[in-house]
Ligand binder design. Structure first.
Ligand code: FES
Length: 434
């Protein structure tokens, strides 16, 4: 191996080599050590509500088949036949008791058991031990309030321990109402000529870019500096919440003080149906989340390595790696399960207008990430690292909020992300920093 890991990320995370975003060997190493060990997002439980439901997913570049068996138990398997490797499932989703490989027709039950082998008696003389040739399971799967994750590492810590303080912040999105959340209206999927880390790096807490990259979109939505309070954060009161002790997770958001109007805790969607809904369920939200979390407004966040949330825009999303210069983004619209159908429809429209392939804000970010990836590949610039020094040494703690905080204009979350990424490259894939 010729990757010089020590020179990819400065110890404090303040400098990151352009090779981290462009070098093929670095990419292959992160496939093995990051995506081979971290907990990776597979989907939302609401996508497979019934026995027999299944979905096709990826963990890194590996195709995965997620099933709910006849007893309601969820499984995840590498989507590859044990005979010659053919994908056993070639559609996005459906309901099936079994999967028959299209090459030679070995058939697997939805719990992974091999239950059918053509000519088992005549060609294999009944000697093939079918019990030993079931689908290959993902080492561990886990759920957190509807979110389904998997890891290839059998020694990885339990999902809830992996999430650490991040679970406290995720509850603000996932546990607002009785019944939790669901995803609606399918998945947006698109490819982009960009390294996947620019996606995670942006959504873990880059609030610095918002007024500049999204200035035109803000104007188009009628958001001026005077009335943008809930769209671009009030810089005096805004904070970034970093989810330590597990570096590599983080959120961006704002802690709305008790003296401020409750409307400031609602998503900034300019739709009265959505605003009325949040007003109507506010008392229930306060009762479920407590008076602190019900006043934390999250705009963005990332669970290491590549799962992100955009609560203000009702999106959960993932950036699948597809090479050092390419990613495939999948995006879902997340709603409270108990919300009325007209509210869900209004949220779906707001989601489509902001992020996703047709969203005004996604267009801005997509170009940033594409051109940044090109910059990371420039031969003449390759030895000039990227700068992540913003806010360094100015982090602070808050009595009400877990983790380490910084002002909106800080790159502490990104420094943590790259420290954790480097730790995984070094083979320390089971825990973060204390
Ligand atoms: Fe699947 Fe042969 S490759 S049955």
């Amino acid at each position: 191996m010729s990757v010089d890991i020590a020179n990819l990320v400065q110890n404090d995370g303040s400098l990151v080599s352009r090779r981290a975003f462009s070098d093929r060997e670095v990419y292959e190493l992160e496939q093995e050590r990051v995506f081979g060990n971290a907990w990776l997002f597979l989907g939302h439980e609401s996508e497979i509500p019934e026995p027999g439901d299944f979905i096709s997913r990826y963990m890194g570049e590996q195709p995965i088949l997620v099933t709910r068996d006849g007893d309601g138990k969820i499984h995840a398997f590498l989507n590859t036949c044990r005979h010659r490797g053919m994908m056993v499932c070639r559609v996005d989703r459906g309901n099936a008791a079994a999967f028959t490989c299209s090459y030679h027709a070995w058939t697997y039950k939805n719990n992974g058991d091999l239950i059918g082998v053509p000519l088992h008696k005549d060609a294999y003389y009944g000697e093939l031990n079918t019990k030993a040739w079931g689908l290959i399971p993902v080492a561990q799967i886990g759920t957190y309030k509807g979110l389904l994750f998997g890891t290839f590492n059998p020694e990885a810590p339990a999902l809830v321990d992996y999430l650490g303080n991040m679970a406290w912040y995720l509850d603000i999105v996932l546990d607002r109402r009785d019944g939790g959340t669901e995803v609606i209206a399918g998945i947006h999927k698109w490819e982009a000529p960009a390294n996947w880390k620019f996606f995670a790096d942006n959504q873990i807490g880059d609030l610095y870019h918002v007024p500049f990259s999204h200035g035109a979109a803000m104007k188009a939505r009628g958001l001026t500096p005077d009335n943008r309070r809930n769209f671009i954060h009030d810089y005096e009161g805004s904070m970034r919440f970093e989810s330590r002790p597990l570096d590599g997770f983080g959120v961006g958001g704002r802690y709305v003080g008790p003296a401020e109007p409750v409307e400031d805790t609602f998503p900034p969607a300019p739709d009265p149906v959505i605003q009325d809904y949040y007003r109507n369920v506010h008392a229930e939200t306060v009762a479920r989340l407590d008076s602190v979390r019900s006043r934390v407004v999250l705009s963005n966040g990332t669970v290491f390595p590549n799962f992100s949330i955009l609560p203000n825009n009702f999106s959960i999303r993932i950036a699948h790696p597809r090479g050092p210069g390419k990613m495939e983004v999948w995006s879902w619209c997340l709603v409270d399960k108990a919300a009325p159908s007209d509210v869900k429809d209004a949220i779906r429209r707001a989601y489509i207008r902001s992020f996703g392939p047709s969203g005004l804000l996604e267009q801005d970010d997509g170009e940033n990430w594409e051109r940044s990836t090109q910059g990371a590949m420039m031969r003449g610039a390759i030895d000039y690292p990227f700068n992540y020094e913003m806010g360094m040494g100015h982090e602070f703690c808050h009595d009400d909020l877990p983790g380490v905080l910084g002002k909106a204009e800080s790159e502490g979350n990104q420094r943590g992300f790259y420290r954790r990424w480097a730790a995984y490259l070094n083979g320390d894939g089971t825990h973060g920093y204390g």
